[in-house]
Design a protein around this ligand. Structure first.
Ligand code: SF4
Length: 414
C-alpha cells in the first residue's frame, strides 16, 4: 500500500512524522512523496496560524477529492476537532496524545495486501526529546494544543541515538516544542545540559544539532556543553521582537539586552557559529517605533539568517483579545523589510566562511553535483564524478558564495 505523510509546522511534528513513517516502513508499506499516488494520506497538521489551519483544510479536501483515505493528526486536528469532523465526516482524526494509534488504523486499513519496502530516505533524522510547553506566550496556541512540557527519559533517547548510529547516520537533530524545558518534569537534577553530556558520553554520533534554544535558558552549563565539537555550531534563538514592551506583552521572559548578550557570548565563544532567529512582526501594539527597535537590534547583531513571521490572531490566546491589532498591509511591509535584512545577513554569513575547509554531510545528489550541509548550517554544492553515499561525511573547501549556497570543492572523505 502506498502512503504519503504530509507534515506541516514545527520540528516536533516532523519528528513525530518520522516515527509514523518508520512504523509504516516496518509494517512493509511504501512511502510516497506525492499524495496524488497514495492510497492513504496522513496529514500531520499545524495550527500556529490561521493560514496553517486553512492549509490543513485544503490538504484534506484535495486528498478526499482524489478518493484517498485520509488520516488527520497534529495541532489543528486537536484544536479544531469538531469543525473538521463536521466538514469532512469521512476522515479519521487522531489528537496529539493519540498519534501512536495511527499505525493501528493503517494496519487495519491495509490487511491482506502486498507491499514493497524502500530504502531509508532521510539523512539527518530528527530525534524528539520533549513535547509541550509551559511558557504560554500570549500569541501561541501550542500549550493548549500540546499541553504541558513532557520529556522523554534520557535512556530512551540514548537508545534511539545508538540505534541511528548503528544504521550509519552521522547527524541527528534534537527537537521538541521547547528544548530548554527538557528534564524539568523528570527530576530537578535533569536538564538539557545533562542530556547533552550523556549523549556525548554514551553515543558516538558525530554531529548533534539542536533545533532551537531560548536565550534565557542559556546558562553556564549549557554554554560549556554546546561548545563541544560534536554539537553543531548552529543555534536557532527565537527573538520575536527587539522591543521590551512588546516582549512583555508577548510573555517572553527576556529583554532585548538579554538577547544581544546571548548572541555576543555565543559568537565570542564558539568559532564560526551560525545563529538564526525567529522574528514576529505585527504583534498587537507594535508601533512604528517598536518595529524600529527590532530592526535596529537585528542590524547590530551578527545573526546568520532570519525566519520572519507575521502575527496571526489565534482565538483562545490572550493576544487575540489585545487592543492595537496591526493592519495586514503594515505587517506585510514590515515582513518584507525583515526578509530583505535576513537575506543580506545570510549572504554576509556565507561570505564570511569562504576559504574555510569544513566537513559536510551529503544530503542529495544530482548527476555529479553533491548537495551537503556544514556543521554551521551552510548549504554547499560540490562536484564529484565519484558518487558519495547519501548521509556520508566529506570534507570540502568553500570557494564562493552563491545566493543561499556556497560553491565548494572536495578535499577528501572522512
Ligand atoms: Fe509557544 Fe512560547 Fe511555548 Fe514556543 S515558548 S511553544 S511560542 S508558548
Amino acid at each position: 500500500m502506498k502512503i504519503a505523510v504530509q507534515t506541516m509546522g514545527c520540528r516536533s511534528n516532523q519528528a513525530e512524522s518520522t516515527q509514523i513513517e518508520s512504523d509504516i516502513l516496518n509494517l512493509g508499506h511504501e512511502l510516497v512523496n506525492s499524495p496524488n499516488v497514495a492510497d492513504i494520506v496522513v496529514i500531520n497538521s499545524c495550527t500556529v496560524t490561521a493560514k496553517a489551519d486553512a492549509q490543513c483544510r485544503r490538504m484534506i479536501s484535495k486528498a478526499l477529492k482524489l478518493g484517498q483515505r485520509v488520516i488527520v493528526t497534529g495541532c489543528s486536528a486537536e484544536i479544531n476537532k469538531e469543525t473538521l469532523l463536521k466538514t469532512f465526516p469521512s476522515i479519521e482524526l487522531f489528537g496529539n496524545s493519540d498519534k501512536h494509534s495511527i499505525i493501528k488504523e493503517i494496519r487495519q486499513l491495509s490487511k491482506n495486501l502486498n507491499y514493497i519496502v524502500p530504502a531509508p530516505y532521510r539523512h539527518r533524522p530528527i530525534v524528539k526529546i520533549q513535547d509541550g510547553c509551559d511558557n504560554f506566550c500570549s500569541y501561541c496556541i501550542v500549550p493548549y494544543a500540546r499541553g504541558r512540557s513532557r520529556s522523554r527519559p534520557v535512556q530512551d533517547i540514548i537508545n534511539e541515538v545508538v540505534n541511528l548510529e548503528q544504521f550509519g547516520f552521522n547527524e541527528i537533530v534534537l527537537s521538541g516544542i521547547h528544548l530548554g524545558m527538557y528534564g524539568k518534569d523528570i527530576h530537578e537534577t535533569i536538564d538539557l545540559a545533562v542530556l547533552l553530556r550523556e549523549l556525548l558520553l554514551r553515543t558516538r554520533i558525530p554531529r548533534i544539532r539542536l533545533s532551537s534554544l531560548e536565550v534565557n535558558e542559556i546558562n553556564d552549563e549549557i554554554l560549556e556543553v554546546i561548545s563541544e565539537k560534536r554539537i553543531c555550531n548552529h543555534f536557532h534563538l527565537p527573538l520575536q521582537s527587539g522591543c521590551n514592551e512588546i516582549l512583555i506583552a508577548m510573555n517572553r521572559h527576556y529583554t532585548a539586552l538579554d538577547y544581544k548578550t546571548a548572541v555576543q557570548t555565543l559568537t565570542m565563544r564558539i568559532p564560526d557559529v551560525c545563529i538564526g532567529a525567529d522574528v514576529m512582526v505585527g504583534f498587537p501594539g507594535e508601533m512604528d517605533a517598536s518595529f524600529a527597535e527590532t530592526e535596529a537590534l537585528i542590524d547590530q547583531l551578527p545573526l546568520s539568517y532570519l525566519h520572519v513571521f507575521s502575527y496571526s490572531r489565534r482565538d483562545g490566546t490572550p493576544a487575540a483579545k489585545m487592543t492595537g491589532q496591526i493592519p495586514e498591509n503594515i505587517k506585510k511591509m514590515r515582513s518584507e523589510r525583515l526578509r530583505h535584512a535576513g537575506t543580506l545577513k545570510r549572504r554576509a554569513f556565507i561570505s564570511s566562511q569562504i576559504g574555510k575547509t569544513k566537513p559536510v554531510l551529503v544530503e542529495s545528489i544530482h548527476q555529479t553535483k553533491h548537495y551537503a550541509t556544514t556543521r554551521n548550517f551552510i548549504k554547499t554544492v560540490f562536484q564529484s564524478t565519484e558518487r558519495y553515499a547519501l548521509g556520508s561525511l566529506a570534507t570540502v573547501t568553500l570557494d564562493k558564495a552563491d545566493h543561499n549556497f556556497a560553491a565548494a570543492h572536495l578535499v577528501n572523505v572522512e
